[in-house]
Design a binder for this molecule. Structure first.
Ligand SMILES: *Cc1c(COP(=O)(O)O)cnc(C)c1O
Length: 223
């Protein structure tokens, strides 16, 4: 299948899941291009895709510079190391999905203040409580969100992000999504409007749990 066909196929599946959830629900796709070349990204852009995501700062820099003539939107979805903060901020990403620790937030805020700029971000929740994953535990999420809004006003928190439980059992994945959805709903009065959940293997389930931002890699870029 061509990349355009992959995209069409994904959109059809998203539409069915979205309408089953709520006709008025809007779902956006971030195409995760971490294993893809600039020419593949350009091909998906030609098919209508605008938002792309990378998990390494170096790759984001290289691909966004190579494709700077296209009006693309770049998202950072990986675990950000503090020695890469300046490099990431220089690229002015549309959204950081993976704000995973207090130290990172404080460091980001300090640099943003110095540069008199802002960064939109999502709080990453480790809702399946997996050691291999970054993010805040569910019970820390509400207090941390409020604290960051208070102490780090240069980070514009727009909601939460989560990776579904690493499991073959869809009930466990669903449970992890529902945990994040509950946190998102509680944070709506604080301005949360983005719920980033769902990858190639579990995006329909994520939509059924209220996700409005999908991070799709392999299903879009597979040959
Ligand atoms: C790689 C990656 C994705 C996309 O994964 P696919 O299964 O290829 O869709 C989504 N989110 C994060 C954080 C990733 O690292």
């Amino acid at each position: 299948m061509s990349l355009a066909e992959n995209l069409n196929h994904a959109i059809e599946r998203i539409e069915r899941a979205r309408i089953a959830y709520d006709r008025h629900h809007i779902v956006k796709i971030v195409a995760v291009s971490k294993y893809s070349s600039a020419s593949e990204i350009a091909a998906l852009y030609e098919a209508g895709q605008r938002a792309f995501g990378e998990n390494r700062v170096q790759d984001l820099k290289q691909k966004s510079e190579e494709l700077c003539d296209l009006p693309l939107e770049w998202h950072f979805i990986g675990t950000l190391q503090s020695n890469k903060i300046n490099a990431l901020l220089a690229l002015r990403p549309t959204l950081l999905h993976s704000l995973h620790s207090l130290e990172l937030a404080l460091e980001l805020h300090k640099r943003l203040e110095r540069e008199d700029s802002h960064l939109s971000a999502l709080l990453q929740i480790n809702s399946a409580r997996e050691e291999s994953k970054s993010g805040f535990l569910p019970e820390e999420a509400l207090e941390t969100y409020a604290r960051l809004q208070e102490e780090c006003p240069r980070i514009a928190l727009e909601g939460v992000m989560s990776i579904g439980a690493h499991s073959e059992d869809s009930r466990l994945i669903q449970k992890s999504f529902e945990t994040t959805q509950g946190i998102f709903e509680t944070l709506k009065p604080r301005g949360a409007r983005t719920l980033s959940m769902g990858m190639s293997g579990d995006f329909e389930l994520a939509i059924a749990c209220g996700s409005n931002l999908l991070r799709l890699g392999s299903t879009l870029f597979k040959a």
